[in-house]
Ligand binder design. Structure first.
Ligand code: ADP
Ligand code: MG
Ligand code: MG
Length: 372
């Protein structure tokens, strides 16, 4: 399928994300586009191969390359990205997939939008941030997670998803320093079916109860050990309830927020940000074992320590309390992504009001000084 030679990537994606055809470009067009990409440089390595920066016409793209052995992971991640209505400013933008058969090997490509700041992990390692940026990052991640978690009820509605591998390495930093959630390969979908709507005469279930299920045989112990919720570590996660997977994401979000908070500067005159740390770095080695994680998180019930300087600042104090409400031991007590988003929106407007008050005050001072 031909792509008009003067069309830019953004225009192409806009056209198809608003079309009724589906959530992505038609498959043939995806393949055509992928085959016009030139790879430039490796920008990341993860569990399933490497991620490259590539170029399509004038635009950069990211290409995640899976080996043929990982075909299932590739298929799964594409399937998740093509979920109806998934597109959102805080979820990594999907562009195309392609399987390239060379004579001796097959390469499986997943093409997405490219973000030159890399992951939140990369960014925090080399940058500190201010409070407005802190809130911007936190709110954008909450918005992405909220969109992922929420089902949208309409004819072509969106199903609820849970990420299951949320961590700073799987969230990317956009140009304006808001973030988007990436690496959806381990996500699970909630499947709802209304038995009375089924036309299948073999289905004898006549109750009006909506049936809620999970789309894959979920192995509940996937993800990155360091970010695993207590119920994942001690095997008590109820894998028959979709809410459980969302609550485990919220625990991981608490750790992500803690990592970002540490890098926030509170003193205007000197940079007092804490050095970058991964969660539990102070008490656990690199690549902790499952048993070590369980001992710390479940048995000793340890959580990342607050930095003393956070208590001296009203907004940060509030945000630390927020973190603590995300990593409660009881999954049912953790906040929902919608609630987190609302709280952060409030903080954001407080800051914006303060800023505009400051501007008004300094403006008034200027006017007074200018007066007779
Ligand atoms: P894996 O499933 O193997 O962990 P990821 O999708 O998480 O692969 O990608 C691995 C790393 O590559 C990320 O942590 C990030 O540093 C980098 N990366 C991935 N996608 C992009 C992108 N679209 N733009 C910039 N960097 C990216
Ligand atoms: Mg990853
Ligand atoms: Mg992954």
């Amino acid at each position: 399928q031909r792509i008009p030679s003067d069309q830019s990537l953004t225009a192409l994606l806009d056209e198809f994300s608003t079309s009724t055809i589906g959530p992505a470009l038609p498959l043939l067009m995806q393949r055509t586009l992928a085959r016009q990409i030139t790879l430039e440089e490796i920008i990341g390595a993860g569990r399933y191969g490497s991620v490259h920066r590539g170029k399509w016409r004038e635009d950069h793209v990211a290409v995640k390359i899976f080996s043929a052995n990982d075909e299932r992971s590739w298929l799964r991640e594409i399937d998740i990205y093509q979920t109806v209505c998934l597109r959102h400013e805080n979820i990594l933008g999907y562009i195309a997939a392609d399987n390239k058969d060379a004579s001796t090997y097959t390469q499986l490509w997943l093409v997405t939008e490219y973000h030159e700041n890399g992951s939140v992990y990369d960014y925090l390692m080399t940058h500190t941030i201010t409070i407005p940026i802190l809130i911007k990052m936190m709110l954008s991640i909450a918005s992405g997670l909220c969109h992922l978690h929420m089902p949208i009820d309409s004819t072509n509605g969106k199903v609820a998803l849970a990420h299951r591998d949320l961590k700073t390495k799987n969230i990317l930093v956009k140009k304006d320093l808001s973030c988007c959630i990436a690496d959806l390969g381990l996500a699970v979908k909630e499947v709802r079916s209304r038995p009375q709507c089924r036309k299948d005469p073999l289905v004898s279930n006549t109750s009006n109860q909506e049936h809620v299920d999970i789309d894959i045989q979920a192995n509940s112990r996937v993800g990155t050990q360091r970010y695993m919720a207590p119920e994942v570590l001690d095997g008590t996660l109820n894998d028959r309830s979709f809410e459980s997977f969302k609550a485990a994401d919220i625990y991981a979000l608490g750790l992500v927020y803690w990592e970002i908070l540490r890098r926030c500067q509170t003193n205007l005159n000197e940079n007092d940000a804490d050095p970058y740390q991964v969660p539990y770095e102070d008490i656990l080695p690199n690549n902790p074992t499952f048993e070590q994680m369980r001992d710390v998180v479940c048995t000793r019930k340890i959580r990342p320590p607050p930095s003393p300087r956070w208590q001296t600042h009203s907004i940060l104090r509030h945000l630390v309390r927020l973190c603590e409400e995300l990593w409660f031991e009881d999954p049912a007590c953790r906040l929902s992504s919608l609630n987190i988003k609302k709280q952060l929106k409030n903080q954001m407007s407080l800051i914006e009001n303060n800023l505009s008050n400051i501007n008004i005050e300094s403006q008034q001072q200027l006017t007074q000084n200018d007066g007779p």
